[in-house]
Design a protein around this ligand. Structure first.
Ligand code: GLY
Length: 316
């Protein structure tokens, strides 16, 4: 590492919600998150950019059927999968996103493509047109357990308002909410944030997730944040943008995260966030019971899977 380079940092998440109650489910989530952190950090340590690291991390998380993004996305009320994703390049302070896209393996790649376009957020019909224009192969992200989950909900008259955070046999009736996200700081000190989701699950057709809004995914030169939890709660707090702007205006990341989480808890929001500041601080926060995150601070891998105490934030 040369004198003007900084130590890269990385944090990823696979959703927030209730505790994972089976040891098998917990081990599977931990293994998946640690493998992905290791692979993405390798790219950063070889000089890869924060943007490339975030896109790779989101692709790997979208590939994991366990998480609610890409393959393994939840079904909406009509039994269809519609996914949303956003990318924000902090150095350029540029947001791009795709809303309610279907039949694609990697929604994050569409968000990445839109970084270079004049029209940078596309939804439904426009997203399908873009897939056609780019000749992206048709892909069905449905996994059996999500279909079973939806059919079970249908048999119970859809009395739940959303689907499970992770797709595990033993977990279908346990934790709820899910999204994936990645925040990276590269060796040039640049920050990027990316988020991808299948939505809440069981929602009305046309409902728009926070994940492809600055409320759910935001970055500038000072910090980057990716959120998870109930999208409407995240929008009401404008959480990602609020944390980033607090850091930009001079608060430390731990102070900004803690203040934002205290406010969220006082309004009974159900959410979580991961973040990195340009000074290298990694933070996570939650009002949910648990946030499924893992990070690499340059020395060690850590995770928050058993971090289910009453603390609102943690940092490394
Ligand atoms: N945070 C994901 C969603 O509510 O759609």
């Amino acid at each position: 590492m040369s004198a003007n380079q900084v130590q890269p940092k990385l944090i990823i998440h696979g959703g927030a919600g209730g505790h994972i109650k089976s040891e098998q489910g917990e081990a599977k989530v931990r293994q998946a998150l640690h493998n992905i952190v290791t692979e993405v950090y390798e790219l950063l340590s070889l000089g890869g950019s924060a943007v490339d690291a975030v896109v790779l991390g989101c692709q790997l998380l979208e590939n994991q059927p366990t998480f609610n993004a890409g393959t393994g996305s939840v079904l909406q009320s009509d039994g269809q999968i519609r996914m949303s994703a956003a990318l924000m390049d902090g150095a350029k302070q540029r947001f791009s996103g795709i809303i309610n896209v279907s039949r694609v393996r990697h929604p994050i790649e569409l968000a990445q493509y839109l970084q270079g376009e004049e029209d940078r957020v596309l939804s439904d019909y426009g997203a399908s047109e873009l897939l056609r224009e780019l000749n992206v192969p048709i892909y069905d992200p449905l996994v059996e357990i999500r279909l079973q989950e939806w059919m079970q909900e249908r048999d119970e008259n859809f009395d739940k308002s959303m689907a499970a955070v992770v797709a595990e046999e033993a977990l279908v009736h346990e934790p709820r909410q899910g999204t994936i996200g990645v925040v990276a700081l590269d060796n040039l000190g640049k920050v990027c944030a990316g988020t991808s989701t299948g939505g809440k699950g069981l929602e009305r057709i046309g409902r728009v997730s926070d994940s492809a809004m600055p409320a759910g995914n935001y970055a500038d030169a000072a910090a980057g944040v990716s959120c998870t939890g109930i999208g409407e709660d995240i929008m009401d707090e404008c959480l990602a943008a609020k944390i980033v702007i607090r850091v930009t205006d001079g608060m430390s990341l731990p102070e900004a995260m803690e203040k934002s989480m205290k406010e969220s808890r006082s309004r009974k929001r159900d959410l979580g966030a991961i973040a990195i500041a340009a000074d290298g601080t990694i933070c996570w926060g939650k009002t949910s019971e648990v946030i499924l995150a893992a990070y690499y601070d340059g020395e060690k891998i850590g995770d928050t899977i058993n971090w289910n105490n009453q603390d609102l934030i943690g940092c490394s």
